[in-house]
Design a protein. Structure first.
Length: 433
């Protein structure tokens, strides 16, 4: 049985108190060209590409009101990026609704010299699940589907043990409550098998629990929502996400395909250790679960919208729906998970209670890439990181930023202060998790 969890939505401050969306970004070239000023989509110009300088520092005149010590952060990130377990990394910080820091570190390949910039494209991996939940909740708000309808109503390829597709709802899909074992059939997806065939074969597995009663992380089953979106809209999932989310938010580098990644002007190659590996198509074939690519700048725009600062695209009612905790989870295998404590899963997002504050976030991992996003919807502050290696080191970035934001004692979460500090911190998340 699901443990009793708090279902209420925390009060979300009105977006007007902070400002509008950020479809266009203007560089403050006289200060630091990649410090981006937030502007309304209706007022901002649409540059062909964001300013490509690597500088993300803000000068003293603009730094004073902020809680994050950006000079210290930049110094620590440069040192972390120089460690042998790292290749390239990009970091964005938002304070009080403003994108205050966007910076690239390292290189796009271990053996090359092309620097990572705010425009360099990485894979989001499982941060893509928040996109799927947002897209589906928009359709729910418009009355085009109901999150409480059973999956069977949409005649998808998904089959669950004992006919569970007739009981599992769309919300169950988005919160990983379909009654399957952890990451069911992911190995077969990674071996190249067709995801729709794999969804149909899930019905032959032994159930882990009844649908809606326990949390067990999925990719293949989760991607059923891409089929649902396509059936409801008559458009491909990729096209509908671009049209309804990426385009109106001004996310210029965002895409949902392998070709979209590899055709980017600058893109980070995946690495295992220091070895560059091939970008495979496995998780692009389940786009709702792990198909999104973008630069850190576009991820910052996405994070700001998830804070409620682009209400013309993402209404508060939709954000409240997807950020509402649905089920308790048990994830203690990583440094970050241990530091954050117990978490709950919402719809495509995780909820945390960190030092008495409600935070929303997610982590992602596919071969050669890692990603993380974490934000405070009430203070409109947060941090996002993308990197092209399997190191767990950058997971410490968000913890160090949180300590600055909340005035807490500082710890060496990046593991760079101790003599000989290495990068052997495995990130346990797998398969766009």
């Amino acid at each position: 049985m699901v443990k009793n969890i708090k279902q209420g939505i925390r009060q979300r401050p009105k977006a007007a108190a902070i400002g509008g969306g950020v479809a266009g970004m203007m560089a403050l070239a006289a200060i630091a060209p990649s410090l981006i000023a937030a502007r309304s989509p209706a007022q901002a110009s649409q540059p062909g590409v964001y300013q490509s300088t690597r500088s993300g520092l803000i000068n003293a005149e603009f730094r004073a009101p902020y809680k994050v010590d950006y000079e210290r952060l930049d110094s620590r990130l440069r040192l972390a990026a120089s460690k042998p377990d790292m290749v390239g990394m990009a970091v964005a910080v938002i304070e009080n609704g403003e994108i205050t820091f966007v910076q690239g570190y390292g290189t796009t390949t271990a053996t090359g010299s092309e620097p990572v910039t705010p425009n360099t494209v990485f894979r989001w991996a499982s941060l893509s699940k928040g996109v799927a939940a947002t897209m589906t909740a928009l359709l729910d708000a418009e009355g085009k589907l109901s999150l409480n309808e059973p999956v069977a109503r949409f005649n998808t390829s998904l089959r669950l043990p004992m006919g569970g597709e007739a009981r599992a709802t769309v919300a169950d899909l988005l919160s990983h409550r379909v009654g399957l074992s952890h990451n069911a059939n992911d190995g077969k997806l990674e071996a190249g098998q067709d995801p729709k065939m794999l969804r149909a074969s899930l019905g032959a597995l032994s159930p882990a629990c009844a649908p809606g009663t326990c949390h067990s992380y999925q990719n293949i089953a989760f991607d059923t929502v891409s089929e649902i979106v396509e059936k409801v809209t008559g458009q491909t999932y990729q096209n509908e996400v671009r049209r309804r989310l990426f385009a109106p938010l001004g996310m210029q580098t965002a895409s949902l395909t392998r070709a979209g990644l590899m055709s980017s002007r600058s893109w980070a190659r995946p690495h295992v250790g220091r070895t560059t590996v091939e970008v495979n198509d496995n998780y692009y074939r389940v786009p709702a679960a792990g198909g999104v690519n973008s630069s850190i700048m576009d991820l910052a725009i996405w994070m700001r919208a998830q804070m409620g600062l682009a209400p013309q695209v993402l209404p508060d009612s939709v954000l409240d729906t997807i950020h509402q905790a649905r089920v308790n989870t048990d994830r203690r295998g990583t440094m970050f998970a241990r530091a954050m404590g117990p978490s709950q899963y919402a719809l495509g997002w995780r909820d945390y209670n960190y030092a008495g504050r409600w935070l929303v976030g997610h982590q992602g991992a596919v071969k050669g890439y890692r990603s993380t996003i974490l934000f405070d919807p009430q203070s409109k502050s947060g941090v996002a990181v993308l990197w092209n290696s399997q190191s767990g080191r950058p997971s410490g970035v968000q913890l160090e930023v949180l300590e600055m934001l909340y005035g807490q004692p500082r710890n060496d979460w990046l593991k760079i202060d101790a003599p000989g500090a290495g990068g052997g911190m495995p990130l346990q998340d797998v398969a766009a998790q």
